[in-house]
Design a protein around this ligand. Structure first.
Ligand code: FAD
Ligand code: SIN
Length: 563
């Protein structure tokens, strides 16, 4: 990979003894489902916990989740069926143990949410009195939802309330984590993660932690078209990479088939549950095309539907396709999907009469920090959970509503494990005199906003739903060139101000992660799940049933075959 990206260990020069310092047992970076659940488990395990969020705690991918949470809670459903569906979606790349852990522990995690006061939509005729819906790739209607299409908000509020009720958890909002700190010469073992550098009220702080749980979410902002909020700039993936942790399956980026396609509007997600409840996909000629692409029609796996839409757009020489819900009872539809109803109202779209224009967009980062069944990464002292991690649950393609479930299951596991690990580390010394120098370049004035938007555009064009070797190589070169002058900057908040510094660090993180994604997509010369190569359009199990692992300083990935 590029020198500019691999040689940079920290984004900022620092002398720890000169900075304000804080201490905690367990530090959780991120306040989405995974971080909140990890914090609760760590506190329940007896640890003091500090949880950091770069914006307010209600700004996360979790908050915007719509469709729901998948869990086996009905006698007619089975764990084996949820495992089989997840593995079929994962296209040969799932980690069987991770799938079994999440599916088996999922029901308990969901019932626990009910005991914490979550409101899921009700159906008195169904087990537990709960309503369940269907989503693509699931062979059973096992998706729980809240307030129709506001599952994420209800889930986040429930977990935030529970966190606030734990005296040993402190929450620090608007705290931007810049880098993980590693002690590269601990008394025993290899390098160890010992905390973070974080910007609090314009001042860089050192937060020392016996255990650090990375729950920093996804990477949707790396692509021009995205369902993710602005915070999703892959900071956690990048800082873990700089600190020496291993990243896995980084070529696997999921594109959601249905986001509202209206000029000037953000690409608001239209939940897959709309298709689960019977919506059709039609092209500009009113032709219902999904049967031409997959026997499951509109409920085929996401990668299949996204590619089918791209192909149909090409065939009809148009800019988008449509969701057709006109055949569904309008009042019931509006009641079932109240957020969507409000959204389409803003654009004068009458779902009883009009088609809803849609287009795919980047939605979910499947790849992430390689972790074991307790969320432990390859770097001692660092756990990773949620979208920042790669447990192997999703393989090459995630099923709808399996992400919130994973955040709950692995959040709980990692929090418990981290709390238990810190009990052994009571006398741990932190390298408080640590110092790091960065020789910052003075080359060029930088228009950060322009670099960010150019990067997002090139990623969408060349590393999106359809990829090809030549375009990927070209994109790698472009990122390499931009990195030479972006990565040599050190955005000192005392000089450039808080806003410019955080934007600058975000762009540096985005460049690093885009480089890994593009290199991984270039390396995998086959098509599998979410990764589709037009020049290698078929799945190649004999050569490619393996993970690609990436670590800073390595020129090529390490292949890890799947047993
Ligand atoms: P997030 O919820 O994204 O939280 C990340 C946290 O990390 C935030 O608190 C953020 O502030 C913090 N953070 C990031 N960087 C830094 C930094 N540098 N310093 C400090 N803090 C930082 N999945 C489902 O299973 N079901 C659904 O119905 C569903 N619907 C979705 C709808 C939308 C619109 C989107 C975008 C996603 C949806 N997903 C759904 C996916 C799912 O919501 C996410 O994968 C999941 O919520 C990720 O949780 P997380 O805890 O890993 O990260
Ligand atoms: C959706 O509601 O379609 C998104 C669900 C998910 O990403 O799991």
């Amino acid at each position: 990979m590029f020198e500019a990206l691999t040689h940079r260990r920290y984004l900022l020069p620092f002398k720890a003894s000169r900075l304000p310092q804080q201490f905690t047992d367990v530090l959780v970076i991120g306040g989405g489902v995974a971080g909140l659940r990890a914090a609760i488990a760590a506190a329940d395990g007896g640890a003091d916990v500090l949880l950091l969020t770069k914006d307010t705690v209600d700004e996360s991918n979790t908050w915007y989740a719509q469709g729901g949470i998948a869990a086996v809670l009905q006698p007619a459903d089975s764990l084996a069926s949820h495992v089989a569906d997840t593995e079929a979606g994962g296209a040969g790349l799932c980690d069987r143990d991770a799938v079994e852990v999440v599916v088996r522990e999922g029901p308990e995690r969901v019932l626990e949410l009910l005991s914490w006061g979550i409101h899921f939509d009700k159906d008195a005729a169904k087990p537990h009195g709960l309503a369940f819906t269907l989503e693509g790739g699931h062979s059973f209607a096992r998706i729980l939802h809240a307030y129709g299409d506001a599952t994420g908000r209800e889930l986040a509020q429930t977990l935030i309330r529970t966190v606030r009720g734990r005296e040993t958890i402190r929450v620090s909002e608007r705290t931007f984590v810049i880098d993980l700190i590693t002690d590269d010469a601990p008394t025993a073992g290899g390098p160890r993660c010992v905390g973070v550098l974080a910007l609090i009220n314009g001042q860089v702080n050192v937060i020392w932690a016996r255990a650090t749980v990375l729950a920093s979410g996804g990477a949707g902002q790396l692509f021009r078209e995205s369902t993710n909020p602005k915070i999703a700039t892959a900071d956690g993936h990048a800082m873990a990479f700089r600190a020496g942790a291993t990243l896995q399956d980084m070529e696997m980026v999921q594109f959601h088939p249905t986001t509202l396609y209206v000029a000037g509007a953000s690409r608001a997600l239209i939940t897959e549950a709309v298709r689960g409840e019977g919506a059709y996909l039609v092209d500009r000629n009113g032709y219902r095309f999904m049967a031409d692409y997959h026997p499951a029609g509109e409920l085929a796996p996401r990668d299949v539907v996204s590619r089918a839409i791209v192909e149909q757009i090409r065939k009809t020489q148009f800019t988008h396709v449509y969701l057709d819900v006109r055949h569904l009872p309008t009042a019931q539809f509006r009641e079932r999907f109240p957020q969507l109803a409000r959204l389409v109202d803003e654009f004068d779209i009458d779902v009883g009469k009009d088609l809803i224009p849609i287009h795919p967009a980047c939605h979910y980062m499947i790849g992430g920090v390689d972790v074991d069944l307790h969320g432990r990464s390859s770097l001692t002292g660092l756990w990773a959970v949620g979208e920042a991690s790669c447990t192997g649950l999703h393989g090459a393609n995630r099923l709808g509503s399996n992400s919130l479930l994973e955040g709950l299951a692995f959040g709980a596991r990692a929090g418990t494990d981290a709390a238990s690990a810190v009990k052994e580390l009571a006398g741990m010394k932190f390298p408080q005199s640590m110092e790091h120098k960065v020789a910052a370049g003075t080359k060029t004035e930088l228009d950060i906003v322009d670099v960010k938007s150019s990067l997002r555009s090139v990623m969408w064009r060349n590393v999106g739903i359809e990829r090809a070797g030549e375009r990927l190589a070209e994109t790698r070169d472009i990122i390499g060139f931009w990195s030479r002058y972006v990565m040599d900057k050190a955005f000192d908040p005392a000089v450039v101000g808080e806003a410019v510094a955080t934007q600058g660090w975000e762009v540096q993180n985005m460049l690093a992660v885009c480089a890994v994604i593009t290199s991984a997509a270039h390396a995998r010369t086959e098509s599998r799940g979410a990764h589709y190569r037009t020049d290698h359009p078929t799945r190649d199990d004999p050569h490619w049933r393996l993970h690609l692992l990436w670590r800073r300083g390595m020129e090529t990935p390490i292949p890890e075959p799947i047993d």
